[in-house]
Write a protein that binds this ligand. Sequence first.
Ligand SMILES: [Mn+2]
Length: 324
Amino acid sequence: MSDSCKIISLGEVCDYLRKHDNYLILTHASPDGDTLGSGFGLMRVLEDLGKKAKVFCPEGIPKKFEYLAKTPKVDFKEKTIVAVDIADPKLLGMACEQYADKVQLCIDHHISNTKYSKSLYLDATSAAACESIYTIAVALGVEINQDIANALYTGIATDTGCFKFSNTTAKTHSITAKLFEAGVDATEINRAMFETISCARLDIERLALDTIDFRFNGKCAVISITADMIEKTKCEKSDLEGITAIARTIEGVVVGITLRENQRGRIKASVRTHDPIDACAICNNLGGGGHPRASGCEVVGDVDHAKQEILKYVGQALENANLI
Ligand SMILES: [Mn+2]
């Protein structure tokens, strides 16, 4: 955390965006709909203000999100570096070293934001960073056109599990209503995001479901996805999106964990909980963080080791909540 991080207001973020130019907008590695929707949404908002802006995706854009990016590429030398939906510079992946200490403005909705940027506009009441981009666009007087609406809807719909997760609020719905007025193509986006799975996804899901391990009297379910399984099914990262939601959907499960060996010997643990278990507190113990109902952390070692580590803290949390 940088001591010099300044938390800024909506008015200040608007002043900042008006004053600067030649924007490079950073999105996080393993990009999801919110970081990409925020990135391309903000890019179009800035273009509307007559600014130059481009979006940087450390690992490229997954195929299912390509519709967000279909604009001619402009080339210019970047001067102003903005990060969207990135709580921690580590999430920049391979771009971390290059940009970690160079982010001037961060627009985020994660309460766990590590305050690595010079300025931070943080609205933890937003279900998605895209809600904040919408609020900023309106404050800047930018008209929400269909392209902006499609980008922002993508982030809001994906971060709320299509308006099903507990982060969905009245504000989420009123912003979404405005996106409908702007002509958002919600049906097509929902079909691509929620009603379509690749064959690789089907294969990995089949294997993943076979690994479900119930603990603490069925209060916790753990799904394990090894590097071998990913290799065998030729899964792309984007094929694995949303797989972390499965464990928590099982009847009686309060803590759903998905362990994923993205790199051999490095396990990404995704923790999804029901009230009152705090997923963020569980992940904090292992150097991670996120939201109260959805958080993540990384454990070095194999899947079994990661499971052991995380279950210690899950047991404590269940015990403290008198659930076991
Ligand atoms: Mn987000």
